[in-house]
Design a protein around this ligand. Structure first.
Ligand code: SF4
Ligand code: F3S
Ligand code: FES
Length: 232
């Protein structure tokens, strides 16, 4: 089918502001938006710049705004979106070039919640055991691929760029509720800051944007409840 693809382009060495460019392309029945971007790059305009790696929804590198909603280009099927497709970089993050945004601030916030297992106790002879119920407690938040679609779709983050954002909270949740970890209190302290969980206004854009179907709002509420329980 014929597709009208519009892409918000920006080259900092040439453009004062971003502008739309249009391409008429032929799409196959199983094509994804990522295939259309490759068709532009390998055809009419080799300067088009975007990130992608796995091509299969695993690496999280090709999140962008497609027809007004944050999604992964490699998971966005053209036949499910329609003949008129507009693609723009993730909102709320500085644009480096075309569809590439600067993720440094995003990853700094992620690192700020110490997203790794912390346990200073002597190492057991074998593995640190965990029951199926203990593992299930944080199963949902292990699914995050750090694509940034949630944080960049959050109006509270747009209004307060200091807000740690849903992605960092999801990754803190993954360890706060891990029975093998000992640094939950430290992470709750970090997230009780004015730019922590209290910035969430339960707007739910993050849940809608998440390509992994994570119940982000529930994770945020569980972390806020743990903060309240800790001080009461
Ligand atoms: Fe992406 Fe979902 Fe992780 Fe947010 S929680 S970074 S939307 S995978
Ligand atoms: Fe933002 Fe999601 Fe909360 S969109 S306000 S982090 S529910
Ligand atoms: Fe890896 Fe899309 S290219 S998630």
């Amino acid at each position: 089918m014929k597709v009208d693809l519009r892409i918000l382009r920006f080259d900092p060495e040439r453009d004062g502001t971003p502008h739309w460019e249009s391409y008429e392309l032929e799409a196959g029945p199983m094509d994804r938006v990522l295939d259309l971007l490759h068709a532009v790059k390998n055809g009419p305009d080799g300067t088009l710049t975007f990130r992608r790696s796995c091509g299969h929804g695993i690496c999280g590198s090709d999140a962008m705004m497609i027809n007004g909603r944050n999604r992964l280009a490699c998971k966005a099927r053209v036949d499910q979106i329609g003949r008129r497709i507009s693609v723009a970089p993730l909102p709320g993050l500085p644009v480096v070039k075309d569809l590439v945004v600067d993720m440094d601030g995003f990853f700094a916030k992620y690192r700020g919640v110490r997203p790794f297992l912390i346990n200073e106790a002597e190492e057991p002879e074998r593995e640190r055991r965990q029951s199926p119920e203990q593992r299930a407690r944080y199963d949902d938040t292990t699914k995050c691929i750090l694509c940034g679609a949630c944080t960049s779709s959050c109006p509270s983050f747009w209004a307060n760029p200091g807000y740690v954002g849903p992605a960092a909270i999801v990754n803190a949740h993954r360890f706060i509720f891990d029975s093998r970890d000992e640094a939950g209190d430290e992470r709750l302290e970090i997230l009780s800051d004015k730019d922590g969980v209290w910035r969430c206004r339960t707007i739910f854009n993050c849940v809608d944007a998440c390509p992994r179907g994570i119940n982000i709002t529930r994770a945020i509420l569980e972390v806020s409840s743990a903060i309240v329980e800790r001080v009461s």
